[in-house]
Design a protein around this ligand. Sequence first.
Ligand SMILES: [Fe+2]
Ligand SMILES: [Fe+2]
Length: 166
Amino acid sequence: MPTDAIVLLKNDHKEILKTFKQFEKAGENAVKLKGQLVDKMIELLNVHTYIENEVMYPRVRELLPELEDDVLESYEEHHVADVLVIELAAMKPDAERFDAKTTVLIENVRHHIEEEEQEWFPKVRAGLGRKQLQELGAAMEEAKKKAPTRPSQPSALKKAVDAVIS
Ligand SMILES: [Fe+2]
Ligand SMILES: [Fe+2]
């Protein structure tokens, strides 16, 4: 049986939040570990953002036009995270701003995940049937296979810029 879209996204969130906690517990001098954790965050965030941007958001926008404002706000929040992820991916873990930038990324993404889980998902679940949520889940499983795991500089940057000017 295909996974329900909201269950799938919540599982992703859990994994992402786990890397945040690990980063926060790592301590001042754990430069190598923090570098590895940020690599993991980048990978998880890239895949998760991709499947939401490519599948979840556009389909929900189409099926539940009353949720359009929420979707647009989410695209903007993803955009802010994308910019931080691109910068972090190009930064060495011993750089002066590495921890600060990661902390800002964590704050932003935590806020976004909270809004999705507490405000948005309940509206989506109320608006869509079980079958539609399972179809969306299957489509996202499929999209995961071709999701980028690193912000391939030019295309990711282009996407970030397009989001500002479109
Ligand atoms: Fe999101
Ligand atoms: Fe999400």
